[in-house]
Design a protein around this ligand. Structure first.
Ligand code: FAD
Ligand code: NAP
Length: 280
């Protein structure tokens, strides 16, 4: 049975007209519900035109150690018609009430290998657009628990003003450089997929969609391999991908021929190297 609880929108930060960070707190006060990094929260609102409650899933961008609020990174869907729930959210004010369901979902980091050994492999995250959200949660969580695993976060966006969390993720990388990889091992790279548009004229970083970090020409190392300084293998790396199905497919087109396997098609011994969450 669906159990609806009430939350308050405690903070809204508009990044651009149709992209924003929202924070939510329990209406009755106290701590937010427990969750794992990578899980999603279901929000609901009564939509008068349809005379029913519309519920939608949103990946949590805050980390589980933050018990004060849950943060989401949301795109206002406007085409071909205004999205039902996102239109409610982008018309809301701080202090407004909304329905939420308990966080859930399987897009979480594995701490152990199927044989019970600790999973110490490098974590490579590829997020398209708002698909960055679960990886912000991963990064903050792994930082908060003092993880020693190497973490690489790649973010792809169409426009430079859609690189949400850039400052925060850059700071996490700087901390890694300052403290040393043995203390905190974190890298963040962004890419712009429409580099020739006038609005993106100042961009001098990586160009192309996020999956291009995995692609290579003529047996050369991929941008990912150049960044980490070694060949990527099943033994040293695990991949997490979130975005449009085209983004997932673009990554799988590179990884599958190399023998990497998704959790959904795991081997008989239950091993896998890829988890993904698709926009559907
Ligand atoms: C696990 C998971 C995590 C997610 N995480 C995030 C996240 O972190 N951030 C995020 O922004 N989104 C996320 N989403 C997507 C989110 O759940 C919603 O699908 C999205 O916000 C759109 O909801 P909506 O009600 O506004 O749009 P909807 O009303 O569901 O509309 C969906 C599409 O249908 C079109 N449409 C609407 N009405 C009609 C109509 N009458 N006829 C024809 N077409 C119509 C809309 O234009 C739109 O293209 C996630 C989805 C999943 C499954
Ligand atoms: N977990 C989830 O299921 C989840 C999480 C977050 C968001 N969402 C939903 O997904 C929707 C879109 O997200 P967004 O607005 O954040 O994305 P976006 O800004 O439209 O796109 C982000 C990046 O993905 C690329 N892209 C777009 N379509 C693609 C395709 N078919 N194949 C490969 N790459 C593609 C874009 O490249 P171009 O510049 O070339 O278009 C851009 O680089 C949102 O409306 C949200 O509702 C779902």
């Amino acid at each position: 049975m669906v159990v609806d609880s009430k939350a308050i929108i405690s903070y809204i930060q508009i990044q651009k007209e149709d992209l924003a960070v929202f924070r939510f707190k329990p209406k009755e006060g106290g701590e937010v519900p427990q969750f794992k990094a990578g899980q999603f929260l279901t929000l609901g609102a009564h939509v008068p035109a349809e005379n029913k409650v519309i519920r939608r899933a949103y990946s949590i961008a805050s980390n589980p150690e933050n018990r004060n609020y849950i943060e989401l990174y949301i795109r206002w869907v406007r085409k071909p018609l205004p999205g039902r729930l996102t239109t409610v959210l982008f018309s809301a004010k701080e202090g407004d009430e909304i329905i939420w369901l308990k966080p859930t979902g399987p897009f979480t980091i594995e701490e152990k290998m199927p044989n019970g050994e600790p999973d110490n492999r490098r974590i490579v995250c590829l997020g398209g657009g708002t698909g960055l959200a679960p990886f912000v949660s991963y990064a903050k969580h792994l930082h908060a628990i003092g993880s020693k695993r190497e973490v690489v976060v790649f973010h792809g966006a169409s426009y430079v003003d859609e690189l949400g969390y850039r400052e925060e993720l850059t700071r996490l990388e700087e901390e890694s450089l300052d403290k040393g990889k043995d203390k905190w091992n974190f890298k963040y790279r962004a890419t712009i997929s429409r580099p020739d548009e006038w609005f993106n004229r100042t961009w001098n970083g990586h160009k192309g969609r996020v999956e291009s970090f995995l692609q290579s020409k003529d047996g050369e190392m991929s941008p990912l391999e150049k960044l980490v300084g070694e060949k990527i293998t099943k033994e040293n790396t695990v991949f997490f991908i979130c975005g449009w199905q085209g983004t997932i497919d673009g990554c799988l087109d590179v990884l599958t021929p190399k023998g990497f396997v998704t959790e959904r098609n795991k081997r008989a011994d239950k091993s896998f190297e890829i988890k993904y969450e698709s926009y559907g």
